[in-house]
Write a protein that binds this ligand. Structure first.
Ligand code: BDP
Length: 695
């Protein structure tokens, strides 16, 4: 086939095969992937393969299960590649695959069906390049084994949070007004999308478990099983968020004490029922003793007691517990500068290192606070070497523009994954989550992987802002291969999302999308809270600026701006001591004004407005300059996007949607600029060096 045709998803000579992957009427797909395919294609070892027809021009793609030297000789190039892989027999793992191109045939081999599926998606990603010159054998396997999408979807409509907590893409794809949405095709498409991004697990309900959601574990289990059936063909396992007090709230027991025998038996029975209904169920996710959720503290027990109780219930079936480390006191005294929310996860969890069962994953938000635009990496990730740790990130843009603003988070997640808590050349956060950090890092039993709070909903474009899809794609790819360049990942997404044939000038489209997305996270940072200080958002819904919105409330999110200066003193010398939670060299680097990176200065230090940054600017002038610059950058994005409208490079409806959102982004960016600049002008009394108008 012509390369251009071959680039379409699936083998050109076998259109049925590729389509089947996405077809609703084909739930048994994983098995089918391993079954003898169309005549003429190599099949599983020992199943009587037809002779290969390599070079005859009759097929140019082989996807074969049962790798490594086991393919019959007649299988042509696939057998050759298999022989070459021989020594690695079985070494590709459950999701890995080998890819090669030999004698005009592209070969994907995998040990297990999920590997074949990911191999197919790799072929799709490569497009024409998969069908060009010969390629030596490449082996692909995910760096992080567990890559889970966490849906903050409510089953009932919550009076304040709605159908999806912090959801900016319409309703839930799973639930509607207390019942399943009944849109199986959408769920199936979603599973395929997730698999194509590289994910392999999901929770189907919010970590704050209330109302009907509590009963998904019991009498509403069939609703979960129905979702599991739909997503299983794509290698996605279903997990459930559970309420720690379920034995009580479901009205069956007087206590939820994790050491109580009846409670333990209750959970064992619940787990048994779940696995009786969903044999490949993934496990439980728990938010305990946090923001009003129940937990073991009420009974004088530890998080390890709570997590281990659930782990014991799940262990007979191979289930996992995701226990969240997002635990802090949300009723702090804002007058007391010595309390520090940033310290909380470390203080609660590190004393428990080594006490968690092997099937417990402690799930750690990437920063010590709460998904702000800029935070340091959480020190917990470097402080629990005997515990499986998962890195939790937020694709839903709660604090990064709520999918009304363009904010491509790939570059930031990449920074986090590559961060080396023990200093350059030492293990990274990615290796902690992968369980390969050695002596320094996570437990030898394998890390905890990645958890992504979903940005997907019932919206036509999946993510509200069509360009926010790039975030879902990027985090899936980075979970699979954390070393990928986030801008190269963006190119993949562009190629997969926008069909070049529909476009008269694909390079103009590509350049425009890069102009909009590449630097968008930093642009957002420029016009919002400065230098890592965080928050300054409107309380409750968290959209738009309110500099003092949280300053005198009990949530522990303060900037401490007064007439002399701004920032939180988290030093050991004079502040909350938070810097001491880091290993060297970061403990000292963050402690010292000389070495603390500019972008985190106000996270770690309280400084006078005229303090000079490494950049040479003062703090106050930096605030003014970045806020003016950020808004100008947004205006430029608006112009760039406008320019491609008449060219018909993208679907007009998509163009219109992005245009609307950009207009709102511009309005909101100006509001941020004016409120932040005015606030600091009035607090500091220091005028803008360039005499620009500040209100
Ligand atoms: C915060 C959100 C809140 C979540 C919480 C969490 O504002 O809605 O419930 O995180 O992670 O960022 O549990």
């Amino acid at each position: 086939e012509e390369p251009s045709q071959a680039a379409k998803p699936g083998p050109p000579e076998d259109p049925g095969q590729a389509t089947k992957l996405g077809q609703p009427e084909d739930p048994g797909q994983p098995t089918k992937l391993g079954q003898p395919p169309e005549p003429g294609l190599p099949t599983e070892p020992g199943q009587g393969a037809q002779p290969g027809r390599a070079g005859a021009g009759s097929y140019d793609l082989v996807l074969a299960l049962g790798t490594a030297g086991s393919l019959p000789a007649g299988a042509g190039p696939a057998a050759e590649v298999g022989r070459e892989l021989g020594a690695d027999r079985g070494g590709l793992g459950p999701e890995g695959f080998a890819l090669a191109r030999r004698d005009a045939v592209t070969v994907v081999l995998a040990d297990e069906p999920a590997g074949l599926l990911h191999g197919l998606f790799q072929v799709v990603r490569l497009g024409p390049a998969a069908f060009g010159a010969d390629r030596p054998v490449e082996r692909h396997r995910p760096a992080l084994r567990l890559r889970l999408v966490s849906h903050w979807d409510n089953v009932d409509v919550h009076p304040v949070m709605g159908q999806v907590e912090r959801g900016y893409a319409g309703g839930s794809i799973f639930w509607l007004d207390g019942a399943p949405r009944q849109d199986p095709e959408r769920v199936r498409d979603y599973a395929r999308l997730l698999a194509a991004c590289g994910m392999n697990a999901m929770t189907v309900n919010n970590v704050n478990v209330h109302g009907t959601a509590t009963r998904l574990l019991t009498d509403r289990l069939d609703d979960v099983a129905a979702i599991a059936d739909l997503v299983r063909p794509y290698g996605i396992r279903v997990h459930l968020s559970v309420n720690f007090a379920a034995p009580v709230t479901l009205g069956e027991l007087p206590t939820a004490d994790p050491l109580d025998d009846d409670v333990r038996a209750w959970w064992a029975e619940a787990a048994k029922r779940v696995y009786g209904t969903i044999p490949d169920f993934g496990g439980f996710m728990v938010k305990a003793d946090s923001e009003g959720q129940p937990g073991p503290y009420r009974y004088g027990r530890t998080h390890a007691d709570g997590a281990n109780m659930l782990a014991d219930a799940l262990a007979p079936y191979g289930g996992m517990v995701h226990w969240r480390a997002f635990v802090y006191d949300h009723r702090q005294d804002w007058r007391d500068r010595s309390t520090d929310r940033a310290r909380a996860a470390y203080d609660h969890f590190t004393p428990l290192d080594g006490q968690f069962r092997d099937n417990v994953i402690v799930q750690v938000k990437h920063g010590p606070m709460d998904f702000q635009t800029r935070e340091p990496v959480s020190p917990v990730l470097a402080a629990m070497p005997h515990t499986r740790l998962a890195l939790e990130v937020q694709a839903t843009q709660e604090y990064t523009g709520q999918q009304r603003h363009v904010c491509y988070l790939g570059p930031w997640w990449s920074e986090v994954l590559r961060f080396a808590p023990w200093g350059p050349g030492r293990p990274t956060v990615a290796s902690v989550a992968a369980g390969s950090a050695g002596d320094d890092g996570a437990a030898p039993s394998g890390g905890g992987g990645l958890v992504v709070v979903s940005n997907v909903g019932a919206d036509h474009y999946w993510t509200g802002h069509p360009l926010a899809q790039a975030n879902l794609y990027a985090i899936g790819r980075l979970g699979w291969a954390p070393d990928l360049d986030p801008l190269a990942v963006l190119d993949e997404w562009i190629d997969l999302t926008f069909t070049p044939s529909a476009s008269t000038d694909p390079e103009l489209l590509r350049d425009t999308l890069h102009a909009l997305l590449d630097d968008s996270w930093r642009t957002y940072e420029r016009y919002t809270a400065p230098l890592g200080v965080g928050f300054m958002v409107a309380p409750g819904h968290h959209y738009g600026p309110d500099v003092d919105g949280y300053e005198y409330s009990r949530w522990g999110t303060y900037h401490f701006a007064d007439r002399d200066g701004v920032g939180v003193d988290r030093t050991r010398a004079a502040g909350t001591g938070f810097t001491g939670q880091y290993p060297q060299p970061w403990a000292d680097r963050y402690e010292s004004l000389e070495t603390c990176p500019d972008e985190l200065l106000l996270f770690f230090h309280h400084v006078p407005y005229r303090h000079v940054l490494h950049s040479g600017s003062t703090v106050i002038q930096h605030i003014y300059d970045t806020h003016f610059a950020g808004v100008e950058q947004v205006a430029e994005l608006v112009r760039r996007w406008e320019r491609i409208g008449p060219a018909g490079l993208v679907d007009p409806a998509l163009h219109a949607r992005v245009t609307d959102r950009l207009a709102e982004q511009q309005r909101c960016a100006e509001e941020w600029r004016d409120k932040v600049n005015t606030y600091f002008l009035r607090k500091s009394g220091v005028p803008d060096a360039h005499g620009r108008r500040i209100y």
